[in-house]
Design a protein. Structure first.
Lengths: 363, 601
């Protein structure tokens, strides 16, 4: 079934590492934008049955309740929501209030993704986040009071990173009943303040080896706490995997609304324009119909990042006999790939270098 | 006036960058040989690479008409290469001329190749007309430079025209002096045909074209000619001149410079330096000709994609059509598969050929570290010649090795003498002489191993003298030397394509520098990779590339799969430039990296 993504490109402030489409704007801009997104939803004439909704950003929790009601009202009016659905909204600890949580819940939201990033105040200040560690913990408790399914984002590779401290924060999240954790390595994107900082001081951030050490330790701690690594960077308690994100990884269709939102429908990938004027004018940033080969590439690339792996038979049907790939045999022999009859999986030990491996397995 | 008295055959010689091609452009423009709209800078440098690098590689003759005092003269200019790698080609064109214009830069004065080229011209009994160029430069000192030419080169220079080829100043004076100073060719147009092939090139339609200078006799379509050295006989199907594009004419006569085509299928059938005569009325004695040019620098060239071996072969064959000095033969490397061992006149020549292969034939190639030709004397009395380090016999079988040496001269302002001596010392040079040419110029003579010169000598010389020193060399035989082979082991396996032959006392430093460099160039792999340098079985240096721990674990923002896929596709492209040696992946540039390594690193 189709998934719906709505992009909210607003934040209270810009984080030091962010190269994404998000802007600090006044509230009347929010209103104008939501109206345009609602227009866009109204224009959509494709498949109407959906089972996941994901409101991401930016920071969707900066929107007023009035705008949230309006936006979700429009989605529900235009789409038919399956009975057993997943509805996620992203929020930042500092802009999430009890009132807003109640508003989300009343609108049918059943999953909150919190941008915690770190539970260390120095690190939070360093990357320009507006919340403190205690605010984050309070926000989690508050969210948990109203909505059961809570996910937290964490960043690895921040200044003064330490294994003990990092794993300690996982214990805290688990103790609060967090059901899902996404852990990403900090990426230094061009043109961000962070890039300038690291250029001025190359030793500012921990190096790859340190990051991997922490990551490996974190994976162990998460496993011991009952979180399964069902995708390279995503960990969940049983039954709490992100259904919406799964659509990205398994090649399911999804429709994105809003600035720079991405869609994949019937083999066609397209993205809305990434600046307001162009988006309001209905322009796309890019669009492509995937070739057979590209679909195959994506299937391998995304599939091997998931615990489920990929099916050899499926590849063969799509015209690719992976047994003929030289590297495939080598990876099997070295235990980098696990071959379980028809099913191929990446050995989780090598998740960290999945790109290197996947590149060699492409047709 | 008799026809032949109105001909002047001349060339322009100079140190690199002193303005040869620019003066040639001005002469062509002034004589109206080409309309201004058809002019482009460095007209005679027809290769894209020549224009880009600002160097001349091929010889290109041009016929110009010039009227002085009511008499129309025919001026044949033969442009020549300026780089030391191509000295041989300069001497070829000199044999077709009676005069040489020696250009000297008004601010730089006499440089190493000014002198080398002037001597070449003197050796060929040419009349020399010095011309001081670039007088438009603020730092120009034309009068001093004239004096320098007289003192250093030893030819009269006070009458030398002072010009700016760039601005077109005093070009007329040069033309006038060409007519007045240079002798007309001598020869009998009704005599027996005696013509010199001074160059050749390949034309897709007409086959091999011979560039000729007629000394006696005449030549027209239908003549049956004989190449005296190869003994081959051909029917002439076209004769012509260059204006500057090839233009057919009815006849070439004694004194003329032009071309002839006679359906010669391959360029290798044409010996440059050969003498042409007619079959039915031949001369008995050929012109002296040239000694055959020998490549001095060698390297392996391999396709990045092993399947492109045939394409590489075709590319080399096509380049050879126009470049007889290029040599190649098949080579097999364990690391790199099938490729070719190629011989070049020098590093610039090597660089040009590899660039042309990549550009004109769209090939991705791997070049191994350049090497020279060694004479290896074995204990059993046998002598073998080799340039490929991996062909070196085991140490126990070697009695001794000889390496080629050169006589080198460096021209420099006196303040850099110390720095240059130090450099030559480092490069195992043996000091021969130091001469003060004048207060501002010193000439240093050294003998140096050729192998050291191809190993970043030019760059070091330039950087240590801020570009003020110039350099020229000639081959000077072989000399015994204490040389060893340094092998590189990747993950315990020897990589033959990375082996180098070095002077024993340098082996440790070089081996160390090499493994350090390779550590920087070879990306992390899934497993730890030790890099070792070894002499025989003895490890002399070691570095370790740590195993790769992570590549990208970034977030797939809002379903932007395209970005992720593009990133992978890019990585996949990059992988194609990697070579697998044993279990280790090496980027193709690693094989050339040995060259770009200074001992200080």
């Amino acid at each position: 079934m189709l998934g719906v993504y709505i992009h909210i490109p607003f934040c209270e402030s810009k984080c030091a590492y962010c190269a994404f489409s998000s802007f600090v704007k006044a509230e009347d801009e929010h209103k104008k934008y939501i109206d345009k997104v609602i227009d866009e939803i109204a224009r959509y004439q494709g498949e109407k049955k959906i089972d996941t909704i994901y409101i991401g950003g930016g920071t969707p929790s900066v929107l007023s309740m009035e705008l949230i009601d309006k936006l979700i009202g429009a989605i529900k009016k235009h789409f038919i929501l399956a009975e057993n659905y997943e509805f996620t909204i992203e929020a930042n600890p500092n802009s999430l209030t009890e009132e807003k949580l109640v508003c989300y819940k009343n609108n049918g939201v059943n999953r909150i993704s919190l941008g915690v990033q770190s539970l260390n105040d120095v690190q939070l200040a360093f990357i320009g986040r507006k919340h403190s560690a205690s605010q984050a913990l309070e926000a989690i408790s508050l969210a948990k009071k109203h909505i059961n399914n809570i996910s937290c984002d964490l960043l690895i590779g921040l200044k003064d990173m330490d294994v003990q401290q990092f794993c300690g924060q996982i214990d805290m999240l688990a103790g609060l009943g967090v059901n899902h954790i996404s852990a990403y390595m900090l990426q230094i994107e061009n043109g961000t303040p962070l890039e300038a900082m690291t250029r001025a001081n190359p030793l500012l951030l921990p190096d790859d080896d340190q990051c991997v050490e922490v990551y490996d330790e974190m994976v162990k701690v998460l496993a011991s706490l009952g979180y399964e690594r069902y995708e390279v960077s995503n960990f969940a308690k049983y039954g709490y995997e992100s259904r919406h994100n799964f659509k990205y990884w398994t090649g399911d269709d999804y429709i994105g609304f809003g600035l720079s939102a991405h869609s994949y429908i019937n083999g066609r990938r397209f993205a809305n324009a990434a600046n307001f004027d162009d988006y309001y004018a209905g322009k796309l940033a890019n669009e492509e119909i995937l070739t057979k080969n590209q679909k195959l590439e994506e299937h391998i690339m995304l599939g091997l990042r998931c615990k489920a792996g990929i099916s050899k038979q499926f590849l063969r049907i799509k015209g690719y006999n992976i047994d003929e790939n030289e590297s495939y045999a080598e990876f099997l022999q070295k235990g980098i790939l696990l071959d379980n009859g028809d099913n191929i999986k990446l050995n989780p030990k090598y998740y960290g270098v999945s790109n290197y491996i996947i590149v060699k397995l492409l047709p | 006036m008799e026809r032949i008295k109105k001909i002047r055959n001349f060339c322009i010689v100079a140190h690199i960058d002193h303005g040869k091609s620019t003066l040639a452009d001005r002469l062509i423009e002034k004589t109206g040989t080409l309309a201004k709209r058809d002019m482009q800078d460095q007209l005679l440098d027809s290769m894209e690479l020549e224009r880009e690098k600002g160097i001349t590689i091929k010889l290109t003759p041009t016929k110009m008409n010039y009227t002085l005092d009511g008499v129309e003269y025919e001026l044949n200019l033969i442009d020549t290469p300026g780089h030391v790698d191509f000295t041989y080609e300069v001497s070829r064109s000199l044999a077709a001329c009676e005069g040489a214009i020696l250009i000297v830069d008004a601010s730089q004065g006499v440089e190493a190749q000014t002198l080398a080229n002037a001597y070449l011209a003197i050796d060929n009994n040419l009349d020399i007309l010095p011309v001081v160029n670039k007088i438009d430069l603020p730092s120009a000192r034309p009068e001093e430079v004239k004096q320098e030419v007289e003192d250093v080169v030893g030819i009269p220079a006070m009458h030398a025209p002072c010009i700016s080829a760039k601005d077109g100043t005093n070009i007329e004076q040069v033309l006038e002096m060409i007519v007045k100073e240079f002798p007309a060719p001598k020869g009998d147009e009704n005599g027996k045909l005696k013509a010199l092939i001074f160059d050749s090139y390949y034309d897709n339609f007409k086959g091999a074209i011979c560039l000729v200078r007629l000394f006696d006799g005449n030549l027209q379509v239908g003549d049956k000619i004989k190449m005296m050295q190869t003994g081959k006989v051909y029917d002439v199907i076209e004769v012509g001149v260059f204006v500057p594009n090839a233009k057919p004419v009815e006849q070439l006569r004694a004194g003329d410079v032009g071309y002839l085509a006679c359906s010669i299928k391959t360029i290798s059938d044409v010996e440059v330096g050969d003498t042409i005569t007619k079959v039915d009325n031949p001369i008995s004695e050929a012109l002296p000709g040239y000694k055959k040019v020998q490549p001095v620098v060698f390297c392996g060239i391999f396709p990045v994609d092993g399947a492109k071996y045939e394409e590489l072969k075709e590319g080399l064959e096509k380049l050879k059509l126009n470049d007889a000095s290029l040599q190649f033969q098949p080579e097999v490397s364990q690391a790199l598969g099938f490729g070719f061992r190629c011989g070049f006149l020098g590093l610039l020549h090597l660089e040009i050929i590899t660039e042309r292969l990549e550009r004109e034939f769209d090939l991705d190639i791997i070049t191994t570290s350049p090497s020279v030709f060694y004479h290896v004397y074995k204990t059993n009395g046998e002598m073998i010649e080799l340039s490929n380090p991996s062909s070196l016999p085991p140490v126990v079988e070697i009695d001794y090795i000889e390496e080629p040496i050169v006589k080198a001269s460096v021209f420099t302002p006196p303040e850099y003498v110390g720095a240059i001596m130090e450099l030559c010392q480092e490069k195992r040079g043996i000091y021969k002489d130091l001469t003060y040419l004048d207060a501002n110029r010193v000439r240093l003579d050294y003998t140096l191993p050729l192998g050291e010169i191809i190993y970043d000598f030019f760059d070091s010389l330039k950087s240590r003298t801020k570009g003020y020193a110039s350099f020229d060399y000639e081959m000077a035989g072989y000399q015994e030397s204490d040389l060893v082979k340094v092998d590189i082991l990747l993950n315990g396996e020897k990589c033959d394509a990375l082996s180098i032959i070095v002077f024993k006392d340098r082996a440790y430093t070089r081996g160390r520098a090499l493994v350090e460099k390779l550590k920087k160039i070879i990306p992390r792999q899934l497993f730890e990779v030790p890099i070792q340098a070894a002499i025989g079985g003895k490890i002399i240096a070691r570095e370790t590339i740590k195993a790769m721990r992570k590549d990208v674990l970034a977030k797939c923002y809002g379903g932007d799969v395209t970005r992720k896929r593009k990133l992978l596709e890019k990585q996949k492209e990059g992988k194609k430039r990697m070579r697998k040696v044993g279990s280790v992946e090496i980027p193709s540039e690693a094989f050339m990296s040995i060259l770009k390594l200074d001992d200080g690193e």
